[in-house]
Design a protein around this ligand. Structure first.
Ligand code: NAD
Length: 249
């Protein structure tokens, strides 16, 4: 039987990229998955892979999150994946850009966790997995000012929850990927391609900075998420799990 048999998982931003791969892996390992995304259409097909409950959800909408959480079973696993990559330095980040990134990348996790944690505690505990990035407090990447600031905040949020609830059955860990194949990476490559003479050249530039000579896959992140969600990682909490192909070496 699957490694997550009998577990309930709640996953945000499960429509594409890493969130999608994790939701698929959770289903394949036997979990019941409450999968949401800003764009509900992107969730199509998940329900053919197992017991999936799919819904549109904007995690920056406080009222929508509260209504959504009232309708989900108490999870054993909460995977907070939603996030946005802002480009530029401090000089390119106005207040609106700052607020948007922190609202989506950090405060949305706060909303999801605050909404579910009391129920998870009553239920005897659970595993919370937060999406950070190697580009956070770990590895400095150029032109990722508010992205790095917000993903570093995710590390602090994660460790705070881990220390406060370690005696009550809650584990909380952060995943810190390097560069991972995803629709949004394709978008960033296409954008860079406009200024460097084509998407192929831009992709080569992304690959060039990877010590392994390739970009990671969402499935590789999903393997880690399955581990963190399962009882195999029962002694692991408060960690920042770097999975970056050696980028930060
Ligand atoms: P992506 O950016 O391609 O897709 C993001 C998904 O989030 C989309 O389906 C989108 O509809 C959804 N979304 C956007 N705003 C939302 C909102 N307000 N509420 C709910 N859903 C929303 O996916 P990705 O590149 O795999 O990124 C997923 C997460 O992983 C992000 O937090 C990102 O910062 C992080 N991450 C990605 C990489 C990478 O290289 N791809 C590296 C490190 C960290």
């Amino acid at each position: 039987s699957g490694r997550l048999e009998g577990k309930i998982a709640v996953c945000t931003a499960a429509g594409q990229g890493i969130g999608r791969a994790v939701a698929e892996a959770f289903l394949a390992e036997g979990a019941t998955v409450y999968a949401s995304d800003l764009d509900a259409k992107k969730l199509s097909g998940l329900d053919s892979l197992g017991t999936a409950h799919v819904s549109g959800l904007d995690v920056t909408d406080k009222a929508a999150v509260a209504a959504y959480l009232a309708g989900v079973e108490t999870p054993d696993i909460l995977f907070n994946c939603a996030g946005f990559v802002h480009h530029g330095t401090v000089l390119d980040c106005d207040e609106a850009a700052w607020d948007f990134s922190f609202d989506l990348n950090v405060k949305a996790m706060h909303r999801m966790i605050q909404g579910l944690l009391p129920r998870m505690l009553d239920h005897g505990g659970g595993s919370i997995i937060n999406m950070s990035s190697a580009a956070s407090s770990i590895k400095a990447a150029p032109n990722r000012y508010v992205y790095m600031a917000s993903k570093a905040a995710v590390v602090g949020l994660t460790r705070s929850i881990a220390v406060d609830f370690v005696g009550r059955g809650i584990r909380c860990n952060a995943i810190c990927p390097g560069t991972i194949e995803s629709p949004s990476l394709d978008g960033r490559i296409a954008e860079l391609g406009k200024s460097v003479g084509g998407a192929q050249k831009a992709r080569a530039m992304f690959v060039e900075r990877q010590p392994m000579g390739r970009i990671g896959t969402a499935a590789e992140i999903a393997h880690l998420a399955v581990y963190l969600g399962s009882d195999e990682s029962a002694y692991t909490t408060g960690t920042t799990q770097l999975i970056d192909g050696g980028w930060s070496l």
